[in-house]
Design a protein around this ligand. Structure first.
Ligand SMILES: NC(=O)c1ccc[n+]([C@@H]2O[C@H](COP(=O)([O-])OP(=O)(O)OC[C@H]3O[C@@H](n4cnc5c(N)ncnc54)[C@H](OP(=O)(O)O)[C@@H]3O)[C@@H](O)[C@H]2O)c1
Length: 247
């Protein structure tokens, strides 16, 4: 299925999984808004690569956690490309790793508010544009850690589990209006976010996975494309982990 004629907004698309998703959607014909926060040059590099391959893209700066900035971003994209029909909630909201006995409450709050705020603001800003188009599709990037715990990840697990719940709630509410809402739950994926994980942990994850390797950003992008193409699927969470976790 081609996305030609559609407009996609990918949050946190300057690097990693978001950049791979932006390129995959553009390669299938969508006009893609590449959202970034701090990495302006990287975002423009993604846009340049898409355009060099014959695609349409623009870079747009916004802090995904900030409602006003997200609303301006959505309006900017609409003005340049038309109403958004595809929204990928990918922006990576940082968090410290610590056990629950030491976890700073302020950091826990910031992670939950940031992760869920970014999803809320993105959907609130873009859903009206999808209604204008008489349909749309939203994919949130959650995490295998929403369901499978790991030491130090209590805030991340709670935030991503909340995001999964939000996705199902929106699927229920927006389905009758022609908007599908799904999530992709990656396992360990080789990006900047995981660059500091020791090799022995990466190898252990690879050995544990039936497909015997770590995930790459393009693996997640393929899954996002698949969910966007699956016209009768909504409220679903698709694990992308080489079979490494049992859901
Ligand atoms: N990598 C993994 O193993 C893994 C596993 C499961 C789930 N995930 C999820 O996958 C998503 C992408 O992760 P990644 O590994 O690709 O991360 P990454 O390589 O570190 O890239 C993070 C991206 O998020 C953007 N970002 C960060 N804060 C932002 C903000 N406030 N507003 C807008 N954009 C913001 C960054 O933009 P700037 O650089 O421009 O600030 C960057 O483009 C995240 O939601 C993450 O939780 C990752």
């Amino acid at each position: 299925m081609s996305f030609t004629g559609n407009v996609a907004l990918v949050t946190g698309a300057s690097r990693g999984i978001g950049a791979a998703v932006a390129k995959a959607l553009a390669a299938r014909g969508a006009a893609v808004a590449v959202n970034y926060f701090g990495s302006e040059e990287a975002a423009h590099n993604v846009v340049t690569k898409i355009q060099a391959a014959g695609g349409r893209a623009m870079a747009v700066k916004a802090d995904a956690r900030d409602r006003a900035q997200v609303e301006i971003m959505a309006a900017t994209v609409k003005a340049q490309f038309g109403p958004v029909g595809i929204l990928v909630l990918n922006a990576s909201i940082g968090f410290p790793m610590a056990g629950i006995l030491e976890y700073p409450w302020e950091a826990f709050q910031a992670k939950l508010l940031g992760e869920l705020g970014a999803a809320f603001h993105g959907c609130r800003a873009v859903a009206p544009q999808m209604l204008e188009r008489k349909g749309g599709s939203i994919v949130a990037i959650t995490s295998g850690l929403a369901r499978n715990p790991g030491w130090g990840f209590c805030a991340h697990s709670a935030a991503k589990a909340g995001l999964e719940g939000f996705v199902r709630a929106l699927a229920f509410e927006l389905g009758p209006m022609g908007i599908r809402v799904n999530s992709v739950a990656p396992g360990l994926t080789l990006t900047d976010a995981t660059a500091n994980i020791p090799d022995k942990h990466k190898q252990a994850a690879a050995v544990h996975a039936p497909l015997r390797r770590n995930g790459e950003a393009k693996d997640v992008a393929e899954a996002v494309v698949g969910l966007l193409q699956a016209g009768f699927v909504t409220g679903a969470t698709l694990p992308v982990n080489g079979g490494g976790y049992v859901f």
